[in-house]
Design a binder for this molecule. Structure first.
Ligand code: THG
Length: 388
């Protein structure tokens, strides 16, 4: 891709150590020619392979990909007070949540600042997994449990999600796990047999395409016996040949188009869930007690000052944005910043996600984006997800 380089990255290497954890699939990912990694939850997440983000995007929309998203760590909360603790951590009511369901939940602090935006899985009445974005929820949960005297056990289990994403993911998984895969509805999971082990598979994933997540269990328990994770990767890979499978990773173009936000990038503890368009998980009629309730209800009655929007902007195709780009109004007031942005080959413009000041957040409003070389580019506010 031509165009000005918006990231200033020199050829600096990242030193590996035990603190930057490998996954059961890292060896396979390396064999597939991974080009770079990032670190999420102290664990490696592949960022790219041989193809460009754009090539990967088209492939993801047509075929099927396998992603090592082991860094979506599980915080397992079990015991008599498990439900009480989970409920204490989120404004979204889990009263009616059934076993086998996944819930996208905001986790907030006492000021209603976002601490994480995980996927919650209910494994049983007294057993939950919180599938976290990039912050240390295990410590937060332990602190709350200790402070409240809850009878729970909190651990990070031996579980490493492997995502199978793309329109052919259903056919691929049917060929491996059988026809019951078809019965899985969005944000539901079931247990499937794999070489004599039980594995949880959910219909979910960090993309706009159809897809599944295998919550692979057994990296540590099978250590020195068989490398069960590598076996799983190999089987997915071999059966995937028929479906033109590629190694992949969360795709920036697809994710931005889908309006899927990234914790630590698009929003932080500085933001409340209403600013993040998560109002539907903060219903006022849900009257359960949770941390941050007082602050959140106050914000709900007073209104918010900014909110996440899409921006479509002109100019040379943007490479993935490394440093946030400031967004200005016509009269040169800073009204936001784009942390995630890239060129969309489908919309044929640059696209980005940004919190936008409320005086300027109406759809269709004109804004200006300052790129690193100082050029002002014209942009327009859009809804999320980006229109098809
Ligand atoms: N899968 C799993 N864990 C995760 C992620 C994931 N943990 C970290 C991160 N991703 C959490 N963020 C999101 C954001 C959005 C969605 C999933 C995880 C998502 N949302 C749907 C939507 O917005 O349309 C559905 C929400 C709902 O119906 O509840 O898919 O990707 N395991």
């Amino acid at each position: 891709m031509s165009g000005e380089n918006l990231i200033h990255q020199k050829n600096i290497k990242l030193n590996m150590s035990r603190r930057i954890r490998r996954t059961p699939f890292t060896k396979k990912v390396e064999e597939c020619g991974v080009s770079d990694f990032t670190v999420v939850n102290h664990m490696l997440l592949p960022k790219g392979f041989k193809n460009s983000v754009e090539e990967d995007y088209w492939h993801l929309r047509k075929e099927v990909q396998v992603w090592d998203v082991s860094c979506q760590r599980q915080v397992q909360i079990s015991g008599p007070d498990a439900e009480k603790l989970v409920q204490k951590m989120t404004p979204r009511s889990i009263k009616k949540m059934e076993t086998g369901k996944c819930f996208y939940i905001p986790i907030i602090d006492e000021t209603a600042g976002m601490i994480n935006d995980p996927v919650l899985l209910k494994l049983d009445d007294d057993m939950f997994w919180i599938s976290i974005a990039d912050s240390d929820i295990l410590l937060w949960a332990k602190g709350i449990a200790l402070g409240s005297g809850y009878n729970v056990e909190i651990v990070e289990p031996d579980v490493y999600p492997l995502a199978i994403q793309g329109p052919k993911s259903e056919d691929l998984l049917v060929s491996i796990f059988g026809k019951d895969i078809k019965k899985l509805k969005f944000f539901n999971f079931k247990v499937f047999d794999f070489l004599g082990t039980k594995q949880i598979i959910a219909r979910s994933g960090y993309s706009k395409q159809d897809g599944f997540e295998i919550y692979f269990k057994g990296f540590e328990t099978h250590f020195n016996e068989i490398e069960l994770g590598e076996k799983l990767w190999d089987i997915v890979w071999d059966y995937g040949q028929k479906f033109n499978i590629s190694p992949g990773c969360p795709n920036l173009i697809d994710r931005i188009e889908a309006g899927l936000m990234s914790y630590g990038n698009d929003f932080t503890r500085e933001n409340n869930p209403l600013e993040c368009n998560l109002e539907k998980y903060c219903k006022q009629e849900d009257d359960h007690d949770f941390i941050g309730k007082h602050a959140l209800r106050k914000i709900q009655s007073e209104g918010i000052k900014q909110q996440m929007r899409g921006i479509i902007f002109d100019g040379e195709p943007c490479k993935p944005i490394g440093v946030p780009l400031p967004v200005y109004s016509k009269n040169n007031k800073k009204i936001g910043q784009i942390a995630s942005g890239i060129y969309s080959p489908r919309i044929k413009k640059n696209i980005g996600l940004s919190m936008i000041n409320r005086d300027f957040w109406d759809l269709g409003n004109e804004v200006f984006i300052n790129t690193l070389n100082g050029k002002n580019r014209k942009g327009i506010i859009t809804s999320l997800p980006f229109p098809d």
